[in-house]
Design a protein around this ligand. Structure first.
Ligand code: GDP
Ligand code: ZN
Length: 321
């Protein structure tokens, strides 16, 4: 794959200038798993790790490569391996808060050009929520395009489009039906070769349906790889940066899928999105995550996926509200 079709541009070339002619080249991260990376480069797909020096100089999680990042590498082509020396400055980034000793920001997608902000034109339609997502996209540095999905279920299409346009001045608004493959051609201007897109929106709005339509079935089948995760179980993972048949690229990371915003609720749910996401799996709907049976939050703490101090501050804030 050549660099242009991976999304390389002057923006990145300028930052790479100092490394040029010193035995370095660049690659773009397609997946990260347990400090190992896969990346695409002029040498094809390579497995990569950061150098010891990189590790020493990196103070926080967000200094580390994330899916979509351009990294400066040295390649051992015969081994299909590379070492990562630097992450080039990001054009845009999406992050989530992860709980540990201190709360840190972890990048879930980098260098996205366009975000399809997906809403459903069904009972779930909510302007306040679209507003909040828009703020998030503007802050990321990517450009939003509002996609109103499930147009087939809506009798007041023009009214809804006008309402959205009124709160999102200058933002393209596109109504379509992903499930029926109607209106998808309106997305083409944002799916040009080398352009990177990502989807954002509440669950149930049709992000997976649209993603699958864009990917086409063959791509997914080819991309599946098997590997062991940290608990020794086998899971099937996919590349999270994928080339689409038309030459554009899509970033679809679990972290990106987890970015959710709840309308009508105050900061609590946004700030503790991780706990709220876990709570969906608690046995009882009104679970307080204290010591109820089947509590997914307590399970996560037991498995060291969540710190108990974070649950404590969640409870504290909940009380204050
Ligand atoms: P996600 O959670 O955002 O990934 O949403 P999904 O892609 O899983 O879709 C949620 C539900 O909405 C599924 O039952 C889809 O079949 C349905 N759906 C997706 N797109 C459309 C559409 O254009 N029209 C209709 N009527 N249903 C759709
Ligand atoms: Zn619980």
């Amino acid at each position: 794959m050549d660099l242009m079709s991976l999304g390389w541009s002057n923006f990145f070339a300028n930052s790479f200038e100092p490394y040029k002619n010193h035995g370095y080249t660049v690659g773009r991260i397609t997946i990260e798993y347990r400090n190992q990376y896969l990346l695409h480069s002029e040498f094809g797909e390579l497995q990569a790790e950061v150098t010891g020096k990189f590790r020493h100089q990196s103070a926080t999680l967000q200094d580390y490569p994330a899916v979509g990042d351009w990294v400066v590498i040295r390649v051992q082509p015969t081994e299909q391996r590379a070492t990562i020396h630097t992450v080039l400055p990001r054009k845009s980034k999406f992050s989530r808060k992860v709980a540990g000793e201190t709360t840190q920001e972890q990048i879930v997608a980098a260098n996205v050009d366009t975000v399809f902000l997906v809403s459903g034109l069904d009972g779930d339609f909510n302007l306040r929520r679209i507003e909040r997502y828009l703020i998030l996209v503007w802050e990321s540095g990517a450009n939003p395009v509002i996609v109103l999905n499930k147009a087939d279920l809506c009798d007041e299409l023009d009214q809804h489009i006008a309402d959205v346009e009124a709160i999102a001045i200058g933002v393209p608004v596109i109504a379509l039906s992903a499930a029926n493959q109607q209106g998808l051609e309106a997305l083409e201007p944002y799916l040009q070769p080398g352009q990177t897109v990502a989807l954002l929106g509440s669950s149930g709005v049709g992000k997976s349906t649209l993603t699958n339509q864009l990917k086409g079935k063959t791509v997914q089948a080819v991309q599946a790889v098997r590997q062991s995760d940290s608990r020794g179980r086998h899971t099937t993972t996919h590349r999270e940066l994928i080339g689409l048949p038309n030459g554009s690229l899509i970033i679809d990371t679990p972290g990106m899928r987890e970015i959710q915003i709840w309308a009508g609720e105050d900061g609590l749910q946004e700030t503790f999105a991780d706990i709220e996401a876990l709570a969906q799996h608690c046995r009882f709907r009104d679970c307080q995550h204290l010591n109820e049976p089947g509590c997914a939050v307590q399970d996560a703490i037991a498995q060291h996926e969540l710190s108990s101090s974070r649950l404590t501050s969640y409870h504290k804030l909940q009380k204050e509200l």
